[in-house]
Design a protein. Sequence first.
Length: 263
Amino acid sequence: MHPMLRKAIEASRLAGEAIRHYANQVQKLDVENKAHNDFVTKVDREAENIAIRLLQRAYPDHAFFGEETGKQGPDSDYEWVIDPLDGTTNFLYGIPQFSVSIALKYKGRLSVGVVYDPLRDETFAAARGEGATLNGRRIRVSERSSMQNALLGTGIPFRANQNLDLYLQTLKVLVPDTAGIRRPGSAALDLAYVASGRFDGFWEFGLNEWDIAAGVLLIQEAGGLISDMHGNNTHMSTGNVLAANPKVFKEMLKRLHPVMQKY
Ligand code: IPD
Ligand code: CA
Ligand code: CA
């Protein structure tokens, strides 16, 4: 295994352990509102510190970009992108769906990615060119060949500045024929579910780099496709993400085209 992937897994598990510990005492946590409906707790910060400390000890020359602490460390070709707790709202409301997401970029290119679900003890991991795994076993995107009975994941906009009307139009064109739509609440895990074939596809607008960095590599290494809603390569910068197995991806893109033409 890629040694940096091994470290990333170790860091995500240690951070996940801290999250698990606090999951039983959520009522005691002080919750801050970063922005409208955007919560952060000391758990987010502690989990991030735990992950960064472990990685920094191993790689003192690397740079870090964490959701809670921003950019730190020296200028480096290596940059770790970390969402210490993806799904904070679920965590706070007692819904057992959240994750730790850790990715490594080398010269701007994703090279390692881990999404860890601390409650199910599921580790989704990928290294560029080496495939994707779930708890050490190889995973691939689903084999479904059309939207017929496809199960799709999504994120419904809830922030004030998001375009709910546009989202509702995409929902309207993507729902027909499917087996249904799920909104689990952790985008990193949603992407891991596409990579492992649990979801046939996924779309969401306005995500951040830390939500998706690990998931993007998982999808690519599991044989899936990922882009923005136009099929272009801007998903990392715009946070508008469409991901699926290649056949479902093509159909989703086709259905989205008339809606997205105006945007
Ligand atoms: C959130 C989750 C959620 C997505 C939000 C993200 P956070 O991350 O990924 O699924 O819909 O846009 O902000 O804030 O819990 O780390
Ligand atoms: Ca997140
Ligand atoms: Ca987070």
